[in-house]
Design a protein around this ligand. Structure first.
Ligand SMILES: C[S@@+](CC[C@H](N)C(=O)[O-])C[C@H]1O[C@@H](n2cnc3c(N)ncnc32)[C@H](O)[C@@H]1O
Length: 307
């Protein structure tokens, strides 16, 4: 397996085709949002712009939705996605456990709920690992409805059982997932975890104490191990990790976003969004990123998503 890095992907040439208005001014004195936060939110919003061209609608779930950088709402994924034009996605479930984050989410809702009239924004306060079960029962989620779920945890807050529940929801195609993996700090976080509470949390994150095997792995092998769970255990057909860099013009990967989908076009669209947002320098073989993906074996496909 080959890894792709910043040098292979080159500089940024793409301009995004959505805009932000009424940007909140930072209060902390930090004028720019962190580059990786900015790249992540641009990538998701650009992907959603392409996704909705194909689906002509659809639903959006954001399990960890309050802004990463509380003072930089302009780089906030939920906001960027809600501002994508034209406004085709019909319903959004934006969840967070933090009361301050919920205040910001409610302000966002005030600007977008029923605007346009057909659009619904639901803010849910609490642990997403509990909330998801109610969300998956909504009558809005019909068999043919396209659904996208962003699982943008900080490190290990999203239980594996939550990812399993999303993957198992019956439908014509599985819910698409974009799953955050904080590779650049995961080693240290895992190896320094000692308290029973922290170990219990990691067991919920991984679904067992199998996370211990990650400690021995390089960052690339960690991504591979997690990515393969989406194909092997959750039966997603197309799985691919996308690196997000610490500095927009640097080459150190901060974290990966693992994209899992059942639709061959979805991965192509994410490739396009990635190249547009992260870069495509002249003379650079951006296509090499395609080597780092996992595909479900044909015999396993027959058993997927029959519900
Ligand atoms: C990485 S931040 C999300 C960043 C955001 N997606 C953005 O684009 O800026 C993670 C968020 O998850 C929230 N969180 C942590 N544990 C949670 C849980 N169990 N359920 C829901 N939200 C949680 C935190 O309060 C924080 O706002």
């Amino acid at each position: 397996m080959e890894m792709f890095d910043r040098a292979e992907l080159g500089s940024k040439t793409g301009q995004l085709s959505f805009s932000l208005s009424g940007t909140k001014q930072p209060v902390s004195g930090i004028l720019r949002p962190p580059d990786q936060t900015n790249s992540k939110s641009k990538l998701v919003a650009e992907y959603i712009r392409l996704f909705q061209q194909i689906t002509r609608g659809g639903l959006y779930i954001d399990g960890f939705a309050a802004p990463q950088s509380r003072d930089h709402e302009e780089s906030w994924t939920a906001r960027r996605v809600l501002e994508v034009e034209p406004k085709r996605l019909r319903a959004f479930w934006l969840c967070d456990v933090d009361p301050e984050g919920i205040i910001q989410l409610n302000k966002l809702k005030a600007a977008h709920h029923k605007n346009p009239k057909s659009r619904y924004v639901y803010i849910q306060h609490g642990d997403f690992n509990q909330l998801i079960h109610g969300i998956l029962k909504t009558p809005k989620m019909r068999r043919n409805t396209a659904v996208f779920a962003l699982l943008d945890q900080r490190t290990a807050e999203c239980h594996w059982s939550t990812v399993e529940a999303i993957a198992a929801r019956a439908g014509r195609t599985k819910i698409e997932i974009l799953y955050f993996l904080g590779t650049s700090w995961l080693h240290r976080s895992l190896s320094q975890s000692r308290t029973p509470e922290r170990l219990a949390q990691l067991n919920l994150w991984w679904g067992s104490d199998g996370w211990r095997s990650l400690i021995e792995k390089s960052q690339v092998r960690m991504v591979e191990a997690v990515g393969k769970r989406f194909t092997d255990e959750l039966k997603y057909r197309y799985v691919k990790p996308y690196p997000i860099y610490q500095m927009e013009d640097g080459n150190r990967v901060s974290f990966y976003l693992i994209h899992a989908s059942d639709h061959p076009e979805a991965q192509k669209l994410m490739d396009r969004a990635f190249v547009k947002v992260v870069g495509d320098a002249p003379g650079v073989d951006a296509g090499r990123q395609k080597t780092f993906s996992f595909e479900l074996q044909p015999d396993m496909r027959q058993t997927t998503n029959s519900g």
